[in-house]
Design a protein around this ligand. Structure first.
Ligand SMILES: [Zn+2]
Length: 388
């Protein structure tokens, strides 16, 4: 809506840029921001700020809120996010099921549903679920964010081993079913964005490593994803880290891959699967072979150390089911990383937040794409708790 570039008219482009700035100021401080505050922050006149606000209210993006605290003169009316009209559709696709959620502009989940399918019926079941949402919420849908395990350029699924998809034009297909823009996001990228979006201080590079039955990574810079020109950044799972006779066989057919040594399967055995809850994985972790954990932690730490040194990363976050490995594993990884390497600065490693919603990241990407704005960390923390 505010991001369309179908005009070369510079006046209109300037107006759109100012609308986005004003909207971001309300998104950053919903219920606190005022027209006067927008004028001050943008350097625009009070009349221009008021006219921007009027247009944003017309578009059902913001509404007048409560009266602001008195500062001596007339009390100003605050502005807040209009959560009553526009909805972001989030679709999280996994091999045998998908979670769908409708997210309001203030980040709260309005409704969520689950569908399941066999690989052969997946396309048809997905299309039907999306078409049903299109019919039920006609006129209210803004954009669709689809999260999936696999590489994507945002429009096509380039490759997904888990879904057995190669070069699938998924965004085009779903857009025909739902009638609003659809964008595709890799699942590890979405996790990394959700994590970065919760930070008050998102400056600098952060390395996010998803550790489950597979291993993937994502890099964010100042809270935004750094996907790489070929959309393959972070595909570290099948990089060889073990050499010689000790190199373990990997499911990809090669030997010595990071996944073959440091995935949850490599460390805890074949009983692990990504759908297990934290308690079930913790039980497996309690009886895990210490040597396997140490070898896994060492391989992971070695890879993290190199990437963090290249990026001068502020922090490394380990996400996914690995949190169930607990402090014991984290300490092993951190102690390997703390090994002093000349010229490098230490980097701290932690697990991702337990209450981070799976849909927050992809919803944030969709919101940015549609309106050019981001939720404030304070907005996301309580909102994400209720999400699927
Ligand atoms: Zn491999």
């Amino acid at each position: 809506m505010l991001n369309s570039d179908d005009t070369l008219d510079t006046q209109a482009a300037l107006r759109r840029a100012n609308l986005r700035r004003a909207l971001q100021l309300v998104f950053s401080e919903p219920g606190v921001q005022t027209r006067a505050g927008i004028a001050r922050a943008t350097g625009l006149t009070a009349a221009t700020a008021s006219s921007l606000v009027a247009e944003l209210i017309d578009l059902d993006l913001i509404v007048d809120g409560e009266q602001a605290a008195s500062t001596g003169g007339k009390r100003a009316t605050t502005l807040t996010i209009d959560a009553s009209r526009h909805l972001i559709v989030v679709v999280v696709i996994r091999p045998s099921e998908a979670a769908l959620a409708l997210v309001a502009l203030d980040g709260t989940v309005v409704e969520s549903r689950r569908i399941s399918y066999a690989p052969s019926s997946r396309d048809a079941v997905l299309d039907e679920a999306v078409a049903r949402i299109a019919a039920e919420y006609a006129g209210r849908l803004l954009v669709v964010g689809v999260q999936l395990p696999g590489t994507t350029d945002g429009r096509r699924v380039l490759e997904s081993v888990q879904l057995d998809w190669t070069d699938v034009a998924l965004a085009d297909r779903l857009e025909r079913a739902i009638g609003v823009p659809v964008l595709l996001v890799n699942d590890v990228d979405a996790e990394a964005i959700a994590e970065a979006a919760r930070e008050d201080e998102a400056a600098g590079y952060r390395l996010f490593v998803h550790l489950g039955t597979g291993i993937g990574a994502a890099v964010t810079l100042d809270g935004e994803l750094a996907p790489g020109p070929r959309d393959r950044a972070g595909e570290i799972g099948h990089v060889q880290v073990q050499f010689g006779d000790d190199a373990r066989a990997c499911r990809c057919g090669r030997r010595g891959c990071l996944e073959a040594v440091a995935s949850m399967t490599a460390m805890l055995g074949d009983d692990v699967d990504d759908a297990m809850d934290e308690a079930a994985i913790a039980v497996l972790a309690a009886s895990a072979d210490e040597r396997r954990l140490v070898v896994g932690a060492r391989a992971l730490a070695g890879s993290i150390r190199l990437i963090a040194a290249v990026l001068d990363a502020r922090e490394v976050v380990i996400g996914g089911p690995a949190r169930a490995l607990g402090d014991r594993f984290l300490r092993l990884v951190q102690s390997e990383i703390d090994y002093p390497a000349m010229g490098t600065v230490g980097v701290s490693v932690r697990y991702s937040a337990a209450d981070a919603s799976i849909s927050t990241g992809v919803a944030q990407v969709a919101l940015s794409r549609a309106l050019g704005v981001r939720w404030s960390p304070a907005q996301l923390r309580p909102a994400s708790v209720a999400a699927p």
